[in-house]
Write a protein that binds this ligand. Structure first.
Ligand SMILES: N[C@@H](CCC[C@H](N)C(=O)O)C(=O)O
Length: 270
């Protein structure tokens, strides 16, 4: 099977072209591919399938030709991946499967519009973040209160006060399984100037990653709430780079670089 590898601010993905949806990519194959020692290594897999060939999203086939079938590194599926959408869009553009400008993609979290910026960055309309309340994350025995933000997938974004570099995110942070029965992506951040924050993330199904697009939008929402704002343009610094988040009343946008770095033939089997 042919594969490519790409990343968006070092949130890295293996891309598996499967236009007809016939490959039957399993959770165990995804976990093998993403293994950083025995496999290729990645935070997740993006299976590229025509929307009309994917029963779970076929209803969107009239508006979005391609479905980003996103899988976490442990093989689990997720509703949405902001950096994944941007890398997926880069792949479609490079392959001539979509034209530069604006186009729509299907995800499990709904249809997303993407746009190529004059500087080559890719912007995604991420939809309206939904604030569902507050909850607590525990890291290294320390409790941090944060905001539960639904970006299609679940997030808990906590302003922590302590420097984010000091956090040990090798382990799953504690969280309230009553609030997050399907798990949660946990962002730990500090505001560092006007509409700017530095963030680290522990992703559901992946562990710590160097960036998380949906997580940066959740962080912008939580950081804005600290100053009573709900709109504005935020710069979020992550270990893998910098992303821009625009919060509007009815939607949000995520912008940044997305690149393809390799292509090859997969020799792993289930
Ligand atoms: N890295 C992603 C989010 C991927 C999904 C997440 N791990 C989940 O399980 O919800 C992003 O860029 O948004």
């Amino acid at each position: 099977m042919r594969f490519l590898k790409g990343h968006g601010t070092e949130n890295d993905f293996i891309i598996l072209p499967d236009p007809g949806g016939e490959a039957g990519v399993t959770a165990s194959l995804v976990a093998k591919i993403c293994d950083r020692r025995a496999g290729i290594g990645a935070d997740g897999v993006l299976v590229v399938t025509r929307t009309k060939e994917s029963p779970e999203v076929a209803e969107h086939a009239a508006v979005a030709e391609w479905f980003m079938d996103y899988r976490n590194a442990d093989g689990s599926v997720a509703e949405m991946c902001g950096n994944g959408v941007r890398v997926f869009a880069r792949y479609l553009l490079d392959e001539g499967l979509e034209k530069p400008g604006e186009f729509m993609l299907a995800t499990r979290g709904g249809v997303r519009k993407v746009r190529v910026e004059p500087n080559g960055d890719i912007t995604v309309d991420m939809g309206k973040p939904v604030v569902r309340g507050e909850s607590v994350a525990t890291v290294g025995g320390q409790e941090y209160r944060g905001i539960h933000v639904d970006m299609g997938n679940p997030h808990l974004a906590c302003a922590i006060g302590d420097p984010v570099v000091q956090l040990d995110l090798h382990y799953q942070p504690g969280f309230d399984t009553g609030v997050f029965p399907a798990g949660v992506n946990i962002e730990l951040f500090n505001p560092v100037g006007t509409r700017r924050a530095v963030m680290r993330v522990h992703e559901r199904g992946c562990g710590e990653t160097r960036s998380c697009g949906t997580g940066t939008v959740a962080t912008a929402v939580a950081a804005a709430a600290l100053t009573g704002e709900t709109t504005g343009t935020w710069t979020i610094e992550v270990p893998g780079g910098t992303l821009t988040v625009v919060l509007e009343e009815e939607t949000s946008y995520l912008s940044g670089p997305a690149v393809i770095v390799a292509r090859g033939e997969l020799m792993l089997a289930e």
